[in-house]
Write a protein that binds this ligand. Structure first.
Ligand code: ADP
Length: 437
């Protein structure tokens, strides 16, 4: 029991005893005690009403002094309420600092609930994506930033990938969007302005495309003269070899330029809209035939396990197949084997080119699709390799929502698997049995 409570009890007992004493003097102890109790009750009730008023008005000035139990309750209450006010002020300051720093961030940040409804956003989100802090609160973010890729990213709870979308407010600006988990059943959508990076990569693409285009005409003239020289019997025999070499190098330059132009075209084109039905086994067969005349090459077999057709661009899919077969042939000895296969399942379809050739060291695999990357640069030049084939394959596959998965072991061969998602694959309905009962 606290000092105050003890004093209160002692005071009460003494007061009642005093009432009883006065009653005894008049010969009515019970009346004396009753009157003292009534006075005590009235007095306590008055303090209780004052406390209620103080709580209501927040004015505790009348209880500043004194050491009775009520004063102690009031002063404790005052102390707690002042402490709560101080804390509130500190939290307010902290909140203002956090808001200031999130508003100073150049990247947009949008807090979303599990339903992708907007809870809050910073100033950059407003500037980059036009989100309005109060008006858009509670709205689904994909109803405001309308992009199928972003909707897919939000619905898949994919915390690794990023998507690039056009800014809905500033024409020509690009935003990179990323989702990260946040709090309980919440996520943070981060928006970064990548306009400069997109502009630079477009400049690089345009430069490569323009340079390749401009170099084509002079090269055609040079090749024409070299062809004439090669056919001219009057040139000295000492010139025959140099002319043949120059023709070979000119042909290689023409191939480099045409592959660079093809890459630029693929890079600047979006996803393939072409809805041709591509008969992959037929393409595998015709590509195999195209290489059949070559001497000293490994045997090529075809393994088809599906009647599914691919939805895409036939010419581009043929380029993929030809590039992969050409690579397999160049990197597999004549006694090796190359297998082309086509199969499908519920998660899509796979086009695979596997060989039992020289294979690739593990460390080189992630770099194979880089432009001009060749494991053995010297050899690449000898066998006609440029280092653009797999870059083209990767871009064509990306345009078909597909991925290239490479597995290889040095000395044991390689497997190049092109995986197409289910919505790029049209499975033929089974042919009904004739005369079925
Ligand atoms: P290249 O014109 O040199 O063939 P690619 O982009 O098609 O260019 O291939 C890049 C490199 O990947 C090649 O130089 C080669 O080192 C390696 N490579 C590609 N396919 C195979 C394969 N089937 N077996 C071994 N190495 C391969």
């Amino acid at each position: 029991m606290s000092d105050g409570a003890r004093k209160f009890l002692v005071g009460l007992v003494l007061f009642l005893a005093a009432g009883a004493g006065i009653g005894w003097l008049y010969g009515h102890i019970a009346w004396g005690m009753l009157v003292a109790s009534l006075i005590a009750v009235v007095w306590q009730a008055q303090r209780l009403f004052s406390f209620e008023r103080a709580l209501r008005t927040g004015n505790f000035e009348t209880f500043r002094v004194g050491d009775g139990i009520w004063e102690q309750i009031f002063s404790r209450f005052r102390f707690e309420s002042e402490r709560a006010a101080r804390r509130k002020k500190n939290y307010g300051l902290l909140l203002r600092e956090i808001r200031k720093s999130t508003n100073a961030m150049p990247d947009g940040a949008v807090i979303l609930d599990g339903n992708n409804d907007i809870i809050a956003c910073n100033r950059a989100a407003k500037q980059l994506a036009g989100l309005k802090r109060k008006k858009d609160r509670g709205q689904r973010v994909d109803n405001i930033l309308r992009d199928p890729e972003l909707t897919r990213l939000l619905q898949a709870d994919d915390y690794k990938s990023t998507v690039e979308i056009m800014s809905p407010v500033i024409d020509g600006e690009w935003l990179n969007c990323r989702v990260v988990p946040y709090g309980v059943d919440q996520k943070l959508l981060l928006l970064r302005d990548i306009t400069e990076r997109i502009r630079l990569s477009k400049m690089r693409r345009d430069f490569v495309a323009n340079a390749s285009h401009e170099l084509r005409s002079p090269l055609t003239v040079i090749s024409g003269y070299l062809d004439s020289l090669a056919d001219d019997d009057s040139i000295p025999s000492a010139w025959e070899k140099p002319v043949a070499q120059m023709r070979g190098q000119a042909a290689r330059m023409r191939q480099i330029l045409s592959e660079l132009l093809e890459l630029s075209r693929l890079e600047s084109a979006g996803p393939s809209k072409s809805e041709e039905s591509v008969d992959v086994p037929a393409l595998l067969e015709s590509s195999r035939q195209a290489f059949a005349g070559h001497r000293n090459v490994a045997s090529v077999s075809i393994d088809v396990n599906s009647t599914a057709e691919l939805r895409g661009n036939r010419a581009e899919i043929e380029t993929v197949i030809v590039n992969l077969i050409s690579n397999a042939i160049r990197h597999t000895p004549a006694d090796g084997e190359i297998t082309l296969s086509w199969s499908s399942g519920p998660d899509g379809a796979d086009l695979v080119v596997a060989d039992t050739g020289e294979g690739i060291d593990f460390e080189h695999i992630p770099r194979l699709t880089e432009r001009f990357f060749r494991v053995d640069k010297g050899r690449g030049r000898e066998d006609g390799g440029i280092g653009l084939g797999l870059a083209i394959v990767k871009h064509v596959l990306a345009r078909h929502d597909a991925v290239l998965i490479i597995t290889s072991e040095a000395g044991a061969g390689s497997v190049f698997r092109c995986h197409f998602p289910a919505d790029r694959v049209a499975v033929e309905p089974p042919i009904p049995l004739a005369g079925g009962r």
